[in-house]
Write a protein that binds this ligand. Structure first.
Ligand code: AMP
Length: 591
């Protein structure tokens, strides 16, 4: 097992990750960081959630010379959301590097602000290909001091039609720079880019080992709509559990979460790698002996826990790889008992869910959060049971006398006294739960499915795609680019998704015609977005987008019949924008 200290990262980088609370490098980090620190090129197969951002950011930061105020690291990312997220990660990991500057650059945000910051000097640039190209052409971004280029989510850049831009940018970097290419999948085009631009790269692939876990019932909850803490407490109310182990990613979160669970009336403790072996063992003993019910742990700290009464494992944070998952859920279903595993999966972590199912060769069934009624019914049942128990097991004669006297004295019904006592007993766990207030919509823009918040400050998390499987109303738009301009559907998807901050899954049917095309987009696009899209250029043609009225409904996230194209059939597989013909003239440019 590698530790962060063994990885020869720079001191400020190490101190930052210690403060953030990372306990152990994830597999992709342990595999990639030593090679990247040595200056080797990397070809990494890794998806979101594996810790790949830190895998390239930590060594890149360790190699930066703060005195040189010119871009030393360039990260290319398919979307503005990812660019912002990666830039934030750099900022976070560099919080002990004084004078460090990172700049996200992407279409749609003010050019002048970016120019000012570039002039002031930045060490790391994270950008979408279109805007990076613009700056390179204008001479406002200089790459002569560049040490490292990272291609993040390369397959996504290919899917969005950016691959020619990416290679163009690579052609404009110093020949001796290091390249790290990360991709969730390795289609042939990406391999070709790697063969052309990477120098004897180290290939990293975190192989999933298979395992079977028969004694454990596995479920997952799609983590949307309710925060994870509320979801977990609701699940704990509704499930028949004995002992529980909750897995999280950071040491800090183990402590925070254990405290929050305690505040909600559970008997919970944390264990993590910072605690002495002795303290950890004592906590496990407490779990064994029924003194506590819930242990919140990191993967490292929970290694080898063998407590028969653990009836549930809750994967509060998804594990980095399938092996860790199998290890985690093996903490339940022990000693011939059956166990339960519940996994929280954010929409962007769906790929990891699929990998886990593939590796364990078992389907994980979706679960709904228990409803308020279910929780309420259960509380009432438990309350009744506790009354039965008190009636059965205790001599209550003194209390009966007391209540009788009280009833006489106040001249009230005994039920009223009982009701007051029930209220007092259940003050922290009300037997009748009130409906929560519905959140109000902030403005009409929020009501348009798929569109982002545009220029508003982003939340820390990458915006999550939530597909309900329901169809949404679409509107057909005419755009002034077509076969005559050698346009490919991927060019249109890429430009619209990026400039309108619209998830590509919401882009419906595309009809390529000779001198123009049509594209279906969610109905009710905000006016300012439409204005913005009018000016966008694809294959050097202003889109001049115009509504043609309602189109057929569309199910976002589902495979669509697009693109409908003339000419030879697309042999690029079942993904709509899997362009095999990557080498075109690269003439697309967005203004
Ligand atoms: P990524 O795959 O880069 O999107 O990272 C997924 C999440 O894992 C992010 O929230 C990171 O903060 C977190 N993370 C990355 N590396 C570690 C680590 N070594 N320990 C704990 N959490 C990590």
């Amino acid at each position: 097992m590698t530790t962060f200290t063994e990885l020869a990262l720079s001191k400020p980088v190490l101190s930052a990750i210690t403060r953030i609370g990372y306990e152990q490098p994830s597999p992709i980090q342990a595999a990639a960081i030593p090679h990247l620190l040595e200056g080797r090129d990397i070809l990494g197969t890794a998806q979101t959630g594996t810790g790949k951002t830190a895998a390239f950011a930590l060594p890149a930061l360790s190699n930066i010379d703060l005195k040189v105020e010119a871009p030393q690291v360039l990260v290319l990312a398919p979307t503005r959301e990812l660019a912002i997220q990666v830039a934030e990660a750099f900022q976070n990991y560099a919080s002990d590097m004084r004078g460090f500057h990172v700049l996200p650059i992407y279409g749609g945000s003010s050019m002048s602000g970016q120019l000012r910051q570039l002039q002031r000097g930045v060490h790391v640039v994270v950008g979408t290909p279109g805007r990076v190209m613009d700056h390179l052409r204008r001479g406002t971004l200089k790459l002569d001091k560049l040490k490292t280029v990272v291609l993040d989510e390369a397959d996504e850049m290919l899917r969005m039609g950016f691959i020619d831009d990416v290679t163009w940018i690579l052609d404009h970097t110093p020949p001796e720079r290091q390249v790290a290419l990360f991709s969730a999948t390795m289609p042939a085009v990406i391999r070709k880019v790697a063969n052309t631009y990477l120098n004897n790269p180290e290939e990293i692939k975190i192989e999933a080992k298979t395992a079977t876990v028969d004694s454990v019932t596995q479920r997952y909850w799609k983590a949307v709509g309710t925060n994870k803490l509320d979801a977990m407490t609701r699940i704990l109310e509704a499930e028949d559990f004995d002992g529980v182990i909750v897995f999280v990613r950071t040491k800090t979160l183990t402590v925070e979460l254990a405290e929050k669970l305690e505040a909600r009336g559970h008997r919970a403790s944390a264990i993590n790698g910072d605690m002495s072996q002795q303290l950890r063992e004592r906590t496990i003993e407490h779990l064994k002996k029924n003194k506590i019910d819930i242990v919140v742990a990191t993967d490292v700290a929970a290694r080898g826990i063998d407590v028969a009464r653990v009836s549930h494992v809750i994967n509060y944070d998804i594990p980095y790889d399938t092996e860790a998952y199998v290890h985690r859920i093996g903490r339940t279903g022990r000693a011939g008992r059956s166990g339960n595993a519940i996994l929280f999966v954010a929409p962007r972590e769906r790929n990891m869910l699929r990998s886990i199912e593939k590796a364990t060769r078992q389907a994980i069934t979706p679960m709904e959060l228990p409803s308020r009624e279910q929780v309420q019914t259960r509380r009432i049942d438990q309350f009744k049971a506790s009354i039965d128990k008190a009636l059965e097991q205790s001599d209550l004669s003194i209390y009966s006398d007391l209540v009788e006297a009280f009833v006489k004295e106040r001249e009230i019904a005994p039920e009223q006294v009982a009701a007051a006592l029930a209220f007092m007993a259940q003050q922290d766990r009300p037997l009748v739960m009130e409906e929560p207030r519905k959140p109000e919509r902030r403005d009409s823009r929020d009501a348009t499915p798929g569109f982002g918040d545009d220029d508003r400050p982003r939340r820390k998390e990458r915006k999550e795609e939530t597909f309900t499987g329901e169809s949404i109303a679409m509107e057909r738009f005419r755009i002034e680019v077509g076969h005559d301009h050698q346009v490919k559907p991927g060019d249109i998807v890429g430009a619209i998704a990026n400039e309108a901050d619209l998830s590509s899954a919401y882009i419906g049917r595309i009809n390529l015609l000779d001198d123009h095309s049509t594209v279906d987009l969610p109905a009710g696009m905000p006016a300012e977005m439409l204005q913005l899209l009018k000016k966008v250029r694809v294959r050097n043609q202003p889109l001049n987008i115009q509504s043609q009225g309602a189109a057929d409904d569309f199910v976002p996230g589902a495979k669509s019949p697009r693109p409908k194209r003339k000419g030879p059939p697309n042999r690029g597989g079942d993904r709509p924008h899997n362009r095999k013909d990557s080498r075109s003239d690269g003439g697309r440019r967005r203004s």
